[in-house]
Structures are given as C-alpha cells and as structure tokens.
Design a binder for this molecule. Structure first.
Ligand SMILES: Nc1ncnc2c1ncn2[C@@H]1O[C@H](COP(=O)(O)OP(=O)(O)OP(=O)(O)O)[C@@H](O)[C@H]1O
Ligand SMILES: [Mg+2]
Length: 352
C-alpha cells in the first residue's frame, strides 16, 4: 500500500507552543483551534493530516492564510518535525533519518522553490543556479555546465552573467526554479512560488511548469491560495482549513463533488466553463490496443465524431458541442483517442 505513493503523510499533528501534550489531548476530544489557543496558548498547525502523493504528479495544497500549507510542506524536507505522525518518502520513514541520511536526502532527492525567489543578490544568475552544487563541493566546470543546462531548460539562456536585480520577477523565479532543479531531485516543493508575480507572468510560468513537467515527470508539491492556479496545474488538490484536510481529489472532483459547504464556498467564484477540462468529464475510450491483443494500429473514431483535445476547457469546445448531435471524440496531446464527450456529461458537470 505505502509503496504506491511517492510521499505519504500519516496522521500528522503539529502543535506550536510550550505545551504540545496538553494541546494534543484537547485536539483528540475535538476542541477547536481557537479554543485550544485560548486554553493552552498553543497554536494548532496541523490536525491529523494524512495525504498520499503519487510519483509524477503535481499535487496542489490549497487553503487560506494560516490554514497550515507551509507547515505541511516543510514536513516533507524536515524543516519541521511533527508533534506526532509519520512522513514516508519512497517507502522510507524520513523522521528516522540520521544526520548523513537527511543531508543526502535534502541534496539529492528534494528541493524547494520559494515565493520570494531567495536568490543571492551578489551572485550572478549562473552562480545562483549552481549554488546547491557548490555547497556540495562539485567542481566549478561541472557545476556551471549543469547550471547552464537547467537555465536553458527554464528558458533563461543569455543572462547567465547578469545579477538578480537586473531581471524581471518572472525571470528571477526562473532562476529559482533552475537552482532547485540543478541536482535533478525527484521531488520539487513549491511554496507560493508564483504568488508574487503579475497575473500575465504568473500564467506564463504556470504554462512553462506544465511543459517542463511533461518532460521531467517530477513529483511536485505546489502550494497556492489561488484556486484558478490550483485547478490549472494540479493533478490532485488538497484543501486545508485550520490545519485540517477538508478534501482531496482531482480538480474535477473538487469542482463537481465538493465535500461540504466550506469547499462549496471556496469554489463558489470559479468559472466552471474555464476550469473544467474535456478530460475531466469525458467517458474514457476502450483501450484499443488491449481489444486488438496489443497490436499497434491507428486509433480512428467512428466517422461523424467531431474532434476535441482532452486539455481544452469546456468553454472552448462549447460551440462545437452545441452544434453536433453525436459525441465528440477526445484526443490527448499525442493525438491518441482517449475518450468521448457527450452533452449530458457536460451539463451535469456544469450545473451540478
Ligand atoms: N513557528 C511557528 N510558531 C507558532 N505558530 C506558527 C509557526 N508557524 C506557523 N504557525 C501557525 O500555524 C498555523 C499555520 O501556519 P502556516 O504558515 O503553515 O499557514 P499557511 O497556510 O502557509 O499560511 P500563508 O498562506 O499565510 O502562508 C498558523 O496559525 C500560524 O500562525
Ligand atoms: Mg505559507
């Protein structure tokens, strides 16, 4: 079971304050976060959070300010240790790591991108990107080669010798991303990484992250308080409130099966036409390769089906859907037939 997940968080509690024991007793009897603060002077950071994160997924953690997002993500690289609970990565209990194991883990397996970029102002872009390798003692030509490679991957060739203040916010965050990627970690933690950027730049960064992810296939834990951002980039979304996990699921599940009034009010303002994608609501096609015994042949839908892409929003395909009477054939970005879409499904999704 546990092996299924890249990262598994089991029953994590985090109490800030002088007497976590007293606060823990009260939590277990269902006392609220604000009452616990009044009665014990302790802050409940996380309250019995369990979460499974699959390899190769972008897992978004969402919630209002103070809901515990940063506290949660900091458990993953052990910037914070829990009051109780387990953090399992690749089947290993991270909390049991000794000093060397923890150092190895932080250097090779997991990196973090910060909201305020966290660049050293007196170092060039190249030196900033190479920073993690420098402290590992990697020799100069080798670390610069890797840094150049990752700067190119994030679209930043040509500014290697510039200093951070000479770059726009979006470019600075690209340096932050290159720096986090430079030791090719499996896991990337991004805490409000795009929140400080202008809307247009932010949207570009989201697109670029998605593109990069297609190639890199990292496990990305992405914190945001921006629902549109969460819906756009998340394979899964976990919603926190007062340190508790309220719901976790795919963007479509969050939008179409909100667990209770809090989630409903959270998603209230979102434009469903934009947020729900064809792939979220289509009926999946039979895997043709299996039907035909594994032969590889071209996947052609029966004639008369208009074609759309799984990544398109309902808004984009709505005119076509309204015009046709038969199902739409859905293709992925590699032009494989993946499903069919009919009006009923779409209407249910929108007017649920
Ligand atoms: N070091 C600390 N000492 C005491 N309380 C803390 C500490 N760190 C976090 N908290 C409290 O824990 C709760 C969760 O904080 P956290 O920073 O994880 O929230 P967040 O969801 O990341 O918020 P934001 O969106 O503002 O970054 C809050 O009530 C916060 O005040
Ligand atoms: Mg935070």
């Amino acid at each position: 079971m546990s092996n299924h997940y890249k990262i598994e968080i089991k029953n994590i509690y985090k109490i800030f304050g002088a007497d976590p024991g007293a606060a823990m007793e009260k939590i277990k009897t269902g006392t609220s976060k604000s009452d616990i603060l009044d009665q014990t002077r302790c802050v409940v950071g996380l309250n019995d959070v369990s979460l499974g994160i699959e390899a190769g997924h972008i897992h978004v953690i969402m919630g209002l300010s103070g809901s515990g997002k940063s506290t949660l993500i900091r458990h993953f690289n052990r910037l914070i240790d829990p009051t109780s609970g387990q953090v399992i990565v690749d089947g290993q209990d991270v909390l049991q790591f000794n000093k060397q194991e923890l150092e190895h883990y932080r250097r090779h397996k997991i990196s973090m991108v910060f909201q305020r970029f966290g660049l050293c102002p007196h170092l060039t872009v190249l030196a900033n990107a190479a920073f993690g390798l420098k402290i590992q003692g990697v020799e100069r030509s080798q670390r610069e080669e890797k840094a150049r490679y990752w700067l190119e991957q994030v679209g930043l060739s040509g500014v290697e010798e510039h200093y951070p203040h000479q770059l726009s916010g979006g470019m600075q965050q690209r340096v932050g991303l290159a720096r986090a990627l430079v030791n090719d970690p499996d896991i990337l933690l991004m805490d409000e990484a795009f929140s400080a950027l202008d809307p247009l730049i932010k949207s570009e960064m989201q697109d670029q992250l998605l593109q990069l992810q297609q190639k890199l296939n990292k496990t990305i834990v992405f914190i945001t308080h921006d629902l549109d951002e969460a819906l756009k980039i998340g394979d899964r979304i976990a919603l926190l409130k007062d340190g508790e996990l309220i719901q976790q699921g795919t963007p479509a599940q969050i939008l179409m099966e909100p667990a209770g009034d809090y989630v409903k009010s959270f998603i209230g303002g979102v434009n469903r036409y934009k947020a729900i994608r064809v792939g979220h609501v289509m009926r999946e096609a039979q895997p043709l390769a299996m039907v035909k015994g594994g032969e590889n042949f071209s996947q052609t839908p029966p004639a008369g089906h208009e074609m759309v892409r799984a990544s398109q929003s309902l808004e984009e395909i709505m005119p076509l859907l309204m015009e046709t009477d038969s199902d739409l054939a859905v293709f992925d970005d590699d032009a494989n037939l993946t499903g069919y879409l009919n009006k009923n499904k779409v209407m249910t999704a929108l007017y649920h």
